[in-house]
Ligand binder design. Sequence first.
Ligand code: PHE
Length: 355
Amino acid sequence: MTLQERITELQTRVKEMKASNLSEVEELRIKYLSKKGEVSELFNEFRTLSKEDKAVFGQAMNQLRQTAEARLNELKEVVGQAVSKAEVREDLTRTPDPIAIGTRHPLSLVREQIIDIFSRIGFTVAEGPEVEDDKHVFGLLNFAPEHPARDMQDTFFVEKEEGVQQPTDVLLRTHTSSVQTRVMTEAAERLRTGEQQSIRVLCPGRVYRNEAISARAHCFFHQVEGLYIARNVSFADLRQALLYFAKEMFGENTQIRLRPSYFPFTEPSAEMDISCHICGGKGCGFCKNTGWVEILGCGMVDPNVLEACGIDSKEFSGYAFGMGVERIANLKYRVKDLRLFSENDVRFLNQFVAC
Ligand code: PHE
């Protein structure tokens, strides 16, 4: 092999050097660049050449050494990175396995399940503020200004100025029907022009009522209310949607019963019971031997409400319903004391898994 051939051959080899860790890189350095390395040996020979030959091969020789050095540096960097990744994987300061992950709150689980069931029949979620005004919580919902029905839902009023108790129309919402009035007023114009054909929303959220805290009542709780407005909506549509919900939530054999009731914003109004899913309707302690348990309020949206929100009650009709998430959670999980839901005791919370 001529010197030129040897340079070329070595050049190819150093260009393609491979290593998977730092000690292999060091081995390669020794093999080629140490005093007795192949590249260095070639330089020893080079030094013995005549002036003319040195001029011919000098450049190729220098390039050979540079290529070898550059490739070794490159390899060092690549395997060096691999090493630091491996170190991260073995970080001894890391939290040990298994990492304790939290659980979903039972009320979130139930709320999500309610939303999921209704979303399958076209409902979408609408949200609104918890600190509301009188208009959206009562005024637009057919509560007359001095109507005793306002007392039905013991309201927390918000002081306008700190310490100054004056008549105020700012309050904590007592139901999420306030979101429905917002959705209706906002959609009214589009319904009128035909740009929108219907409203079909669920309004989940926290609500507040001035009640003494006990195992059965709290000053705040959670609701999911629903509203459907379109042309020719009937009570039969309401019943069918609720029957579907009850079966999805509590099982295929669940039956429903609608009892006449009163709400200012619906006419007719009803309360819905489901057949007690614990005793199957035979009668037990849970349903007080009636075979039925109440789960929600509902009715056909009162034409006065539609008109107040700017919707033509001769064109449109609708139904609404509202349920307490805690109530449904109680039925599903048989939690006897409502206070457990807000105490954040992990021994309680850890027991719930998504259904
Ligand atoms: N807003 C009522 C409540 O909070 C529930 C309800 C909603 C009843 C819609 C009828 C129709 O008690």
